[in-house]
Each structure stands twice: as structure tokens, then as C-alpha cells.
Design a protein around this ligand. Structure first.
Ligand code: MN
Ligand code: MN
Length: 296
């Protein structure tokens, strides 16, 4: 029985099945007389398929606000997509947080599909924010899970353009500082053989757009856990030395271009958002990695 990994279990499983299939083919190809008769061969058992949901991957390290897909909690409504998971806040018209796992498997050569659209997966009767709700407001439709993090297929990329993955970001935040941090994360994966668990969102309402349907965050924050890319259970590879980056940036045009100067501890983002990040990581390790401010 293989241990289901919290992320990529499916990939491991398909690798396992490929190996198992090859082993069967090799066994069939070897004449019976040459096989080792002393060890009784157990017939290959079909591996049990482990039910996997997007949350098994993207929320592998925890669901920061215990969001659930319960319409009676419109302020913390869990939405799972193959590409990312999020906690939606109906009255804010945006997510409290968006979470996604980023490894090389999610990245390919697909171009930006660039088609922003309302999210039809919102519960019936809830207002579906439209791309035009952001028009002429002075705010960008700011991706949480970036388009560039989902370039393996057109479908993956197009899902990043759903409006539930957007928050209003000032152009200089979105296009300069935030974007540089996104690019840094992509470089870690593409060039430095890392895999990441990322959470992002905005805090504290400054105002509202679209007749009160969309809240403007005063600050934007991001929490990133960085691992060497590897197979096996990601949780087992997390320890007190695991690198974590957290940032808390002003969502305005005065923002400096260097994201590094906005680094804070995860604890600081937790205090501000009321979220508990990495809740599945043992408490002793959480308290160490969450109190540190990255300085690499
Ligand atoms: Mn952006
Ligand atoms: Mn925590």
C-alpha cells in the first residue's frame, strides 16, 4: 500500500501503476523456468484508488479559516477547483483567501488566455461579480492564483480568470511589487527545483466598488511555504528549517517596487486575518516557522 501523499498522490499512483504494469509485462516475458520458484509470486493486486479532491492537494497543509461548502456560511464559503481552492466571502464579492500548490507539473507553455469571467460555480442567488464591475474604478482585476502558475493546459489557465480568483489591486501593487513576488515564486519552481504552497488575499476594507458588491482591500498579503521538489509525503519533509515567506503590502500607488521590504512573519498575517495557516503542521514546528521573518 502506498502512502497517499497529501499532494501529487495521483501522480505517484500513476507512476506506481506504470511500474506495476511494466513488472507484469517483464514477468510475462520471462519463461517460467527462469523465474525464481522459491519465492511464490503474488499476483499484482489492483491498487486501491484513493479518492482525491482539489483540497487534498491545495489545502494539504490546512484550511486556514475552516471554510466549508455550506451556503449558510456565505462569509466563509469553500470553493474547490482542480486548479486552486478558496474561501469566498459573498458580502465582500471576493475571496478571503485563495490557496494553491505550485510545482513544475502545473507549468507548461500555454499562453495567457486572458478571458475574465463570472464564476458560475457560486451558489444560486448569490451575486456573481463581473469583469465590468472593476471597469473605470482605478483598480486592476488582480489574480490571486496567477495565470503564469497555471500554464499546463488551456483549461487550467482559463480557470485562473474567474472573478472569484480576483481582488481589486492598485496597478502599482498588482503590476509591480506583487508581480515581482509572483515571478520570484515561478523562478523557484522552474529554476531552483522547488515546490510551493501558497495562500493569498487582502485585508481590511477601504471602500467598495460596483454598487457595494466588491470590497477594496487596504492591504494584500501572501504566505508561501517552500520545499525542495520531491516525491513522497510533503508533510514529512517539513521541519523547523523549512523556508516560509510572508508579505503584507499596501494596496496603493505609493507601494515600493521591492516585495522584500514587505516581509513579515506568518504570525503577523494570522493576527491580521484571523486565519491559521499550516494548521496541519505540528504545532511545535508551526510556532518556529511562523514567527520567523524571511531574510534570504
Ligand atoms: Mn496580477
Ligand atoms: Mn498557523
Amino acid at each position: 500500500m502506498i502512502t497517499p501523499r497529501c499532494a501529487q498522490g495521483w501522480k505517484i499512483m500513476s507512476r506506481f501503476l506504470t511500474v506495476a504494469l511494466l513488472a507484469v509485462l517483464v514477468a510475462l516475458a520471462v519463461p517460467a523456468g527462469q523465474s525464481d520458484q522459491s519465492a511464490p509470486r503474488t499476483p499484482a493486486q489492483p491498487e486501491q484508488v484513493i479518492a482525491r479532491t482539489p483540497a487534498d492537494e491545495h489545502l494539504c497543509l490546512g484550511n486556514p479559516s475552516n471554510a466549508t461548502p455550506d451556503v449558510n456560511h456565505p462569509e466563509n464559503y469553500l470553493m474547490e477547483k482542480p486548479q486552486y481552492c478558496l474561501s469566498y466571502n459573498r458580502d465582500h464579492g471576493e475571496a478571503n483567501w485563495v490557496a494553491w500548490h505550485l510545482d513544475a507539473g502545473w507549468m507548461g507553455g500555454v499562453d495567457r488566455t486572458n478571458k475574465f469571467k463570472a464564476d458560475k460555480d457560486l451558489p444560486e442567488g448569490w451575486y456573481r461579480v463581473l469583469p465590468r464591475d472593476y471597469a473605470r474604478t482605478g483598480y486592476d482585476k488582480g489574480h490571486m492564483c496567477p495565470s503564469e502558475d497555471r500554464t499546463h493546459s488551456l483549461e487550467d489557465n482559463s480557470v485562473t480568470f474567474l472573478m472569484t480568483n480576483m481582488i481589486p489591486q492598485k496597478p502599482r501593487n498588482n503590476q509591480v511589487t506583487w508581480k515581482k513576488l509572483e515571478a520570484y515564486c515561478q523562478r523557484l519552481v522552474r529554476q531552483e527545483h522547488k515546490e510551493l504552497y501558497i495562500y493569498a488575499g487582502g485585508t481590511v476594507s477601504r471602500g467598495i466598488l460596483a454598487k457595494g458588491r466588491v470590497t477594496v482591500p487596504e492591504r494584500t498579503w501572501k504566505v508561501i511555504l517552500i520545499l525542495e521538489a520531491a516525491d513522497g509525503n510533503d508533510m514529512d519533509r517539513i521541519n523547523q528549517d523549512t523556508r516560509v515567506i510572508a508579505v503584507d503590502m499596501p494596496n496603493d500607488q505609493s507601494i515600493a517596487s521591492d516585495w522584500k521590504q514587505y516581509r513579515v512573519s506568518v504570525d503577523a498575517v494570522e493576527a491580521k486575518t484571523g486565519c491559521d495557516f499550516f494548521s496541519r503542521i505540528p504545532r511545535e514546528i508551526q510556532s518556529i516557522i511562523e514567527s520567523r521573518v524571511d531574510d534570504q
